[in-house]
Design a protein. Sequence first.
Length: 687
Amino acid sequence: MFMGVITMRAADFGKPVTWDAQSLIIDGHRVCPVMGEIHYSRVPADEWQREVRKMREGGVTIIATYVFWSHIEEQEGIFRWDGQRDLRRFLEVCKQEQMPVVLRLGPFCHGEVRNGGIPDWVFTKGCRLREQNPVFLGLAEKLYRQIFTQVQGLQWKDGGPVIAAQFDNEYRGHGAYLMALKQIAQKIGFDLPFYTRTGWPELRTPVPFGEMLPLYGDYADGFWDKEVTEGCGNYYKAFNFKAFRSSTAIGTDLLGKQEAKTSKGDDSYPYFTCELGGGMVTAYHRRPYVYPEDAYSMALIKLGSGSNLLGYYMYHGGTNPEGVLHTLNEVQTSPGTANNDLPVCTYDFQAPLGEFGQTYPQYYMLRPLHLFMQDFGEMLAPMEASFPAPQDLKRGQDDALRWAVRTAPATAPVASTAGPTSAFIFVNNYERFVHLSAKKSVQLSAAGVTFPKMTIPSGCMAIFPVNVCGLRFATAQFVARRDGKLYMMQIPGIPTTIVLQSGKTLKNVKPRGTVTPVYDNIYLLSRYDAEHLFLDAEPVPVASAAGALSTPPSVTFTKVRDAGPLRTIVKGKAKVAAAPFEQDWQNAAVYRIALPQDLSLITSHSLLLRVTYRGDCARLYANGKLVADNFYYGRPFLYGLWRLPKDCTELELRILPLQPDAPIYLPREANKTAGEAITKIEIINMQ
């Protein structure tokens, strides 16, 4: 897709890995990794290498993935490591692409999988789940032993990619259970540099210090909320700098109301995240529309608040694999984790890289931040966060600028030789669903440096350097330093001033790109150029079967049946609207989509079918088999045409009408007109 590859400087597998209260330390160097979640079993195996490479090019330096128990042992005693369930092959791909991997082992994962990943048959064993009882721990040991057959020889100590493992997920019970899982894993042969757990919710009793690093998260919105109104929950708190590491908004369907507390001693660990919302999945009853600014703002907030590992959930969307006994999506009718109805197939998540590897705007928007973390991570990691602005702002509060400072401690070396204290000022004037006003006559200061008064525009998000790389300060953002060149990004709406330590001042500097420096070795880039730095900005053209460049072929569609009687929308056992049952689809409107006669025209991995429609939800069938589905929320319904059966010449699209006053949340971007209609069906080049 792109030329140019980003690598983590200390990513050579097998080098010593340690940690302290500040950061990971790899081969003696502090690092600020970017961790991106992709679920290997939700992506076809022949796409893994290309997609892992895209993640790396987006600035991801560590991959996280769940190992869903129900994906590999849906039927008791029958373990499947074939096809897209082949964990070992995925790990080998990650090794080839020089991408370390954190395995999230379960046994409970959630991940919007049926029962949170615990197979149905486990519920027949007569034991309490996720507890220290011999029956459940015995089953967990069999699972871990199977996983280890895939991992053996590919652990970090062996020169492999597996650098860490997480035990269970979002667990609120006794730490002894998590320790029992760790002891089982180590007995089997897991021997990794570090182990993790989710730092939310608060544990009833702790794990011994140092045994597992707690990792945190935040989301801009949540499908799991039972309310069907815009802006519900405490998600607004994710857009304010604060010392509190955790979130009180994650998984409220399972965890209930959560206090702003973390387990005792957790603040003595480095501040890492594993679930920073790169997007959000849609449930039937609640369908958030996530903006790229949401992901960027939350990432900048976490970095400014002291986090030294940004972990995105999800960074890459996917498609649920087929089940043998039932579908593998989360549903209210399953025996466990049954609070939401999710689509059967799609797990696009509106992530930076979508279900088919398509790029959403935040893929590019986040890249300058990720480059900054790679090139300045060793400097940033020991910097301590301080909060000159209020940390307890209310929803939409607009009377104060949100900003934070990270400053090098007195004992830390500065960028080059002895000199003034270095710092970074983090600014966020953005909150989801709120128009924060421009802040006038703002005067920022850090490390003894006071900036001239400036106006911070509405929606502005920025990082300003202080006493770094020969600069006293700048009203532009550092992106990278490579080959003796310092790359900076202009902040839209803020005139660029660069003041050198020598006293020389450059005012109202304009971007000149990567060819012409604005001074000496300093390059100022537009946002677009910064987002595409070290990439070939043009997508690879799509070639026809003959090898010549071509435009995507056209498709035609015909409506063959109107929708029948409207179904009765019932509430499921979680008291939220239930998704259509299988029989309900018999009353859907039906369309036939004729594909090009020359099927070689649509086998490229760059072509998507895009259906622009309105309605309640839609399904796509190939040769009578369900291949894709969509809960309508204002974005088009997409499908990667290369995944079609080779003999497929026609598709069937079914759409259920949107009902008046349906008990579901549709975002403001969605057309809420009752009924169903198609605006356009087309084949597009994937960006």
